[in-house]
Ligand binder design. Structure first.
Ligand code: A3P
Length: 301
C-alpha cells in the first residue's frame, strides 16, 4: 500500500463503509489468521479522532508497572517511540506480524479504524474489551483535510477544503461515514457497557483525569488507592499530553515505515478548530446531516 491508497478517490465501499483497497485485502487476512483473545484490548477510532493520544494513554496505563510514567522518565517507550509503533493497527497487515502480536503478553493492545460490521466475527465473539473514541465530526473533518494534504505528494498538489468537504458529507472518507461508524459502536456500548467504552475526544479534553480512570476500570486495570496517592493519573496524562508528545525528537523528526512524518499526527490538538476553517454554511450543513443521521439514537455531537 502507498499513502495514495488512503485518499478519497481510491476508496471502495464495503459493508456500507469506504475503505482503502489494502484494508479490504487485510480484512480477509485477519479473518483467516488473527486469533483474538478475551484479554485483548481494542482501541477503535476513525482516523483523526484522537487515535495517537488514545494509543499513548492506554499503552502507558497497561504498562505502568513495567514502565514508570513519570514525565521525566526518559526510558519510557513513549519517549523514544511514536505511539503508532507501540500499538499496531489490525488492518495494516503486512506491517503487523500476527505471530509477533500472538507472542505479546496479555493484555495485547490492538488498534483499528474498522467499523464494527467489518471486524472479524471472532473478535466480536471473543469477549475482548473495546475502547471507542470519536470526535466532533467538524473537527474530525478539518483534521482529516490537513492530514490528507500532508499525504499528497508535490506533484499531486493540494486538495481544496471544499472538495474534501463534499466527499465527507457523502460519507466518503477512510472508514466513513463518520455517523455510521460511531453509531455502530454507540449501540454496542449500550448493549455491553462493561465491555465497550464509548468516549468523545471533547470529553477527554474536558475531564481527562476521570476519563482515564474510567478507561482503566473498563480495561481491567483500575487505578489503586496507592497509585492515586502518588498522582499516577496526572503522570500518565502529562506523559501523553499533546505538548509533551509533539515535542519529543521521535515525533518531530521521525517517520512511519510508510514514509509519513510522525509530526503529521500532531497538529493543534484542540477542540473547535473547525471555526477557523468552515464557513457558517458548511458548519450548518454538516450539523444538519449529523443530526438527521444520528436521529433518536441518543448520540449527539
Ligand atoms: P488536529 O488535527 O485537530 O490537531 P489521530 O491520532 O486519530 O490521527 O488524530 C489526530 C488528531 O489528534 C490531531 O488533531 C492531533 O493534533 C490530535 N492529537 C494528537 N496527539 C494528541 C494528544 N496527545 N492530545 C490531544 N490531541 C492530540
Amino acid at each position: 500500500p502507498t499513502q495514495k491508497d488512503w485518499l478519497p478517490g481510491n476508496l471502495y465501499q464495503y459493508q456500507g463503509f469506504w475503505l482503502p483497497s489494502h484494508y479490504l485485502q487485510n480484512i480477509l487476512t485477519c479473518r483467516n489468521q488473527f486469533q483474538p483473545r478475551q484479554s485483548d484490548i481494542f482501541l477503535v477510532t476513525l482516523p483523526k479522532s484522537g487515535t495517537t493520544w488514545l494509543k499513548a494513554m492506554v499503552f502507558a496505563l497497561v504498562n505502568r508497572t513495567q514502565y514508570d510514567p513519570k514525565s521525566n522518565q526518559t526510558q519510557h517507550p513513549l519517549v523514544s517511540n511514536n505511539p503508532h509503533e507501540l500499538v499496531p493497527f489490525l488492518e495494516l497487515e503486512p506491517r503487523i506480524d500476527y505471530n509477533q502480536i500472538d507472542s505479546c503478553p496479555p493484555p495485547r493492545l490492538i488498534a483499528t479504524h474498522l467499523p464494527l460490521i467489518s471486524l472479524p466475527e471472532s473478535v466480536k465473539k471473543s469477549g475482548c474489551k473495546i475502547v471507542y473514541l470519536c470526535r466532533n465530526p467538524k473537527d474530525t473533518f478539518v483534521s482529516l483535510w490537513h492530514f490528507t494534504n500532508k499525504m499528497r505528494t508535490e506533484e499531486m498538489g493540494s486538495i481544496s477544503i471544499e472538495e474534501t468537504f463534499e466527499s465527507f458529507c457523502r460519507g466518503v472518507n477512510v472508514c466513513g461515514p463518520v455517523w455510521d461508524h460511531a453509531l455502530g459502536f454507540w449501540k454496542e456500548s449500550l448493549e455491553n457497557p462493561e465491555r465497550v467504552l464509548f468516549l468523545k475526544y471533547e470529553e477527554l479534553k474536558e475531564d481527562p483525569e476521570n476519563h482515564l480512570r474510567r478507561i482503566a476500570e473498563v480495561i481491567g486495570c483500575p487505578i489503586s488507592m496507592e497509585e492515586e496517592s502518588f498522582d499516577l493519573v496526572d503522570q500518565i496524562l502529562e506523559l501523553c499530553s499533546f505538548d509533551r508528545l509533539s515535542n519529543l525528537e521521535v515525533n518531530r523528526i521521525g517517520k512511519q515505515p510508510s514514509g509519513l512524518n510522525n509530526s503529521s499526527f500532531f497538529r493543534r490538538g484542540e477542540v473547535g478548530d473547525w471555526k477557523n476553517h468552515l464557513t457558517p454554511q458548511m458548519a450548518l450543513k454538516l450539523d444538519e446531516i449529523i443530526k438527521e443521521k444520528l436521529g433518536d439514537s441518543g448520540l449527539a455531537f
